[in-house]
Design a protein around this ligand. Sequence first.
Ligand SMILES: C[S@@+](CC[C@H](N)C(=O)[O-])C[C@H]1O[C@@H](n2cnc3c(N)ncnc32)[C@H](O)[C@@H]1O
Length: 252
Amino acid sequence: MVKGRNEELIDTEHLRSFARRGRALDIVQQTRYQLGMQQWGLKPVSERLSEILIVGQAEKVTLEIGFGDGANLLAMARAYPDRLFLGVEVYISGILKVLRGIEEQQLSNLYLYDGDAWDLLSTLPDACLDQCYVLFPDPWPKRRHHKRRLLQVKFLRLLRARCTSEAKLVVATDWQEYAEFISKELSTSGCWRCAQCLELTDRCEQDSCTRLLVTKFESKGLAQQRTIYQFNCTACELADTPTIHDQLSNNN
Ligand SMILES: C[S@@+](CC[C@H](N)C(=O)[O-])C[C@H]1O[C@@H](n2cnc3c(N)ncnc32)[C@H](O)[C@@H]1O
């Protein structure tokens, strides 16, 4: 795994892309949460990643950002046991659901970060991910809230730095105006190429979209007759961003 990090891409000033972290847990949930996260939690990130990668020898690593109730994350981890899955979410009930799923389905290839995706990406080493999913991120529809949207150039560039040069990114939304916004941000970022942009309106077409299931927020969108926009992207060179090798040779 590449050890260097593009530190200049870390933005500590960003606005939160989520409104709440979830409700208080009762004592049983707290215990389940603490025990679960001791085993499947990703904090502290670098120590945990070193242990996980050594034990699993994983080269294929998928990250799902904002996994919600975790149905897609659990389905992927079950379907691809040779792949390592990381999930990041701030919604505590979602984390608990996935912890329960890991236990019930006896999965051993899925780890969770409870917190902001910005914080996880700021801590991950470069080039450690080869797949990333961002499914139905909060659209923040009011114009004055657009700055809270997760998928903006800075975030896309930080994500790209943490991905390999062959990495794939899948983004989906049921909000047309956010889809247009995402398309512009992807193109402005200069580091993700949209290889395919799908517009899906029912479950049949869904089968061609390379995802295993319809997520909770996707089914809400479909129930309201919304079109699903899915961007299947591939990584491009991180232009204008010094690589760790550039930085080292500049220091010499
Ligand atoms: C609209 S929901 C979609 C959930 C799920 N992907 C689905 O399709 O059903 C967006 C999710 O992203 C999470 N989220 C938003 N911003 C986040 C961030 N910065 N880091 C981690 N999770 C975030 C929210 O807590 C929420 O669960």
